[in-house]
Write a protein that binds this ligand. Structure first.
Ligand code: PHE
Length: 453
């Protein structure tokens, strides 16, 4: 951040910069690692359909609301919600959205950094040539060795956290725009290339059926909860990250258009990732229900068998790591911008403080794959519990509050002005955000509790 920005709230250089940074936050492990694995665990096509419905009906109006709140407040999520409550003349308790967001970001980063560590360690394995010509068993062995070794996991968790802290300490603009600008197109090119390679393999049509022909017999209350939670997770929605990035967005640019771009890009990358992973699964007789290790046990198989596979593997895992990196940064940005704007804590110190605290919590996630694997609650280990609590509960709850505040608490004139919408266009946002999205979250929560049998 340049000196002139130290007093005021900083701003992106262009509209594209906002889209790039937000897309950098949205596109991450959620798209490449999590989407395929939860799709596999939740039966494929029906899950994809429910997920897309959640994205369209619930997440889209909330995304627009969150960006709008951020840009209106021009401040971190906590002070920003206080400011907006004052402007609207409502209870300052709505700051809770900001506090919850800071907490959620902290909880997510703790395990996100562990998985980013896996991606980093796979760059090393790729460079060692570990995947070249490897069969399914060898590849599975590589992953099992990694997660069963606490020392290695903690080493890579530490590297991932250090990388995050360094960028956050330098400010939102330093390097972030460039990283996204290069990473995103390259990632799409490589994924498309891998899909192309898959078309010729034996498992391709089975994989397409698995992903796109819904089988509703496997759908339960939890399927809806996971699909909805993932719609929030993959868009970085409901915890203030998009609010903070929106607060750096220049006035006069269209929030709706920028929001839609992010959703299209994010969804395209997730679906491509699925079309890369599942043909490998079915061509090699693997199970789609491998859980969190799925991409690490499949990608190396295809890459190891390809002509340029050695190089492609390195590039791909580097890109996955960069995608994770640009997301990890946005998880702490709400906290760091709050500490700076409210208490004047320098970025360097707050980044280190947040980094140390998150790292410590993350140790438990890393160890839940080995030393404390048997410590379970609700049939989930620590890592699984964190994932469930943050993605499936805290993010949708935060998003619901954001939508309610933006529609029922803010003055309509203010939201209309900020969105640059009026008449029918305004109502096309308002009604879904005010009624459909909150009701959707509520229904999925109740359904998840088993209330509808
Ligand atoms: N959207 C990111 C991903 O898909 C994760 C994330 C969630 C980032 C919430 C910031 C806030 O990987």
């Amino acid at each position: 951040m340049s000196a002139q920005h130290l007093q005021n709230h900083p701003e992106w250089s262009t509209r594209l910069a906002f889209i790039l940074a937000s897309a950098g936050s949205a596109v991450g492990l959620g798209n490449i690692w999590k989407f395929p694995y939860i799709m596999g665990e939740n039966g494929g096509g029906a899950f994809v359909l429910i997920y897309l419905a959640c994205l369209l009906i619930v997440a889209t109006p909330i995304l627009i609301s969150e960006v709008m709140l951020g840009r209106r407040a021009r401040s971190n999520p906590i002070s920003g919600m206080a400011k907006l409550s004052r402007e609207a003349g409502v209870n300052p308790g709505w700051q809770l959205i900001g506090w919850m967001g800071v907490l959620t970001g902290f909880l997510i980063l703790s395990y996100y950094s562990v998985v980013m560590g896996w991606a980093l360690s796979y760059v090393e394995k790729a460079a060692d040539g570990a995947f070249v010509g490897a069969d399914a068993e060898t590849v599975k062995g590589l992953f099992d060795d990694l997660v069963s070794n606490p020392g290695t996991l903690l080493f890579w968790h530490t590297v991932a956290m250090l990388m995050t802290v360094v960028v956050v300490a330098r400010g939102v603009r330093g390097g972030l725009e460039l990283a996204t600008r290069v990473m995103m197109p390259l990632l799409i090119v490589i994924l498309v290339l891998l899909v192309g390679y898959n078309i010729g393999t034996s498992g391709f049509s089975t994989a397409m059926d698995f992903m796109f022909v819904p089988d509703f017999s496997k759908v339960t209350g939890e399927t809806f909860l996971v699909a909805l939670g993932h719609a929030f997770f993959t868009l970085s929605l409901g915890m203030g990250a998009i609010m903070v990035y929106g607060s750096y967005m220049p006035r006069g640019t269209s929030i709706v258009r920028a929001g839609l771009w992010i959703i299209v890009l994010d969804t395209a990358i997730a679906l491509l990732a699925g079309m890369v992973i599942f043909p490998i699964v079915f061509s090699n007789g693997l199970s789609p229900q491998e859980g969190p290790g799925l991409i690490f046990q499949t990608l190396p198989l295809a890459l190891g068998a390809m002509d340029w596979g050695y190089w492609l593997a390195i590039v791909l895992f580097v890109l996955v790591s960069i995608a994770a990196w640009t997301s990890a940064i946005s998880l702490v940005e709400p906290a760091v911008s709050f500490l700076w704007e409210r208490f004047g804590v320098r970025r360097l110190y707050s980044a280190i403080g947040v980094g140390v605290a998150t790292w410590t919590l993350g140790v438990f996630s890393a160890l839940s794959f080995n030393l404390i694997a048997d410590a379970k609650l609700f049939d989930k280990n620590f890592f699984g519990l964190m994932e469930f609590l943050t993605a499936n509960i805290l993010l949708p709850a935060g998003g619901m509050m954001i939508a309610i505040f933006a529609t029922w608490r803010m003055r309509r004139a203010d939201s209309a002005e900020e969105l640059g919408l009026s008449g029918v266009a305004y109502r096309l946002w308002w009604l879904p955000a005010a009624v459909i999205a909150p009701a959707g979250v509520a229904l999925v929560f109740l359904n998840g509790l088993g209330l509808f049998g």
